[in-house]
Design a protein around this ligand. Structure first.
Ligand SMILES: [Zn+2]
Ligand SMILES: [Zn+2]
Ligand SMILES: [Zn+2]
Length: 357
């Protein structure tokens, strides 16, 4: 992975593929976090978050903590085809009766019976996943007050959100993986939109790891998840497999998402919220618990994307004053710095809309 070492100045390698000219005539980064749209901006975003993930694991005080990797999935909304991800993996017979191989990739996550599949239930679950995670996080902290979190949301092939959470708890109160898994698995929440009760599916997993042991492996795993997340939309994650059944599954999810209410007062047919275009999802892709008066927050060094932006800004100022002394025209590198800075401004507004846990 290409994570930046904390403390080092970030490099602006690569160029934004779709810079935007502002009213004041400055070219700014497009700020996309979708690799297929702009690999340079997506890499910047991924790198920032990877650095934050690392800064909550690698620290001199790390021996005082126990770490967990918690995976939370949605309930079933109907049976789907099971297709292996790699060759040679022993597969069970699929519910459709076939033994699928890699060639059937287009069927992965596609319902066995679209006519009975609960599309509305699934997009409503995506919509309510944020409030469910909020309840789960509180439940964990009620039991183990020192818990801090780093969370990545990923799309599963069937078009439902899937959560990977790094949890850090002080050793003095740290439970085994079992009690943590049970506390998370049994959490429920009431939908803020229709009051229905939402919960997790049966596939909930928790493993303990030592940051001085296989922490690097865990970060590698998270980095992989961050990479995956750059595809951003379920459409990007699941599309491109070119089968009619995969596309009609996505189309059915899309039309269900346009029918549900995204808030208590929402009139779906007139509502401009992007929730209706994102299979119900409103959550940000990545988040980490913040430092407060009484809490460390996930990052031991209180590293945030804002701090990273400020660092980039300082770097740009320094390179500007260097160019003033030289009286040379702006270099490619300086242009990149300007683009990066402007890109970070755009991300400020994006971050403001984020509901952090
Ligand atoms: Zn860009
Ligand atoms: Zn099948
Ligand atoms: Zn709406």
């Amino acid at each position: 992975m290409a994570a930046r070492e904390e403390g080092k100045e970030p490099q602006f390698s690569g160029e934004c593929s779709g810079p935007i000219k502002t009213k004041t005539g400055i070219w700014v980064r497009c700020g996309s976090r979708i690799a297929s749209k702009c690999s340079s901006c997506a890499e910047l975003y991924r790198g920032d978050w990877a650095a934050i993930a690392r800064s909550g694991v690698f620290d001199p005080s790390v021996e005082r903590h126990r770490f967990y990797l918690l995976t939370l999935t949605a309930p079933s909304f109907g049976r789907v085809h099971r297709v292996p991800r790699s060759a040679g993996k022993r597969m069970k017979r699929c519910g459709c009766g076939a033994m699928h191989g890699l060639v059937d990739v287009a069927l992965r996550g596609v319902p066995l019976d679209p006519s009975t599949y609960d599309y509305l239930g699934q997009v409503a679950w995506n919509r309510d996943a944020g409030v469910l995670w909020d309840r789960t996080r509180r439940r964990i902290r009620d039991r183990w007050d020192s818990a801090e979190f780093f969370l990545v949301r990923e799309w599963q092939d069937r078009g439902v959100l899937h959560l990977h959470v790094l949890v850090r708890i002080e050793r003095v109160e740290a439970p085994g993986a079992g009690p943590l898994r049970e506390a998370a698995r049994t959490a429920t929440a009431a939908s803020k939109v229709d009051g229905s009760i939402v919960g997790w599916g049966e596939q909930v997993d928790a493993v303990v790891f030592r940051a001085d042991g296989d922490g690097a492996k865990t970060i590698w795993y998270l980095s992989k998840a961050l990479n995956y997340v750059m595809k951003d939309t379920a459409r990007a994650a699941m599309g491109g497999r070119g089968s009619n059944s995969a596309w009609s599954h996505l189309a059915a999810l899309g039309s269900a998402a346009r029918k549900i209410r995204c808030s208590p007062g929402c009139v779906p047919e007139d509502c401009p919220s992007r929730v209706h275009d994102r299979f119900g999802s409103r959550s940000h892709v990545v988040s980490a618990s913040r430092r407060t008066k009484h809490r460390t927050g996930w990052s031991f060094s209180a590293l945030t994307r804002k701090a990273q932006r400020l660092r980039r800004r300082e770097w740009m100022k320094a390179s500007e004053s260097a160019s003033a002394t030289d009286a040379t025209p702006a270099t490619e590198q300086q242009n990149e710095a300007v683009l990066a800075l402007a890109g970070s401004r755009r991300r400020v507004s994006v971050a403001r809309t984020a509901a952090l846990p």
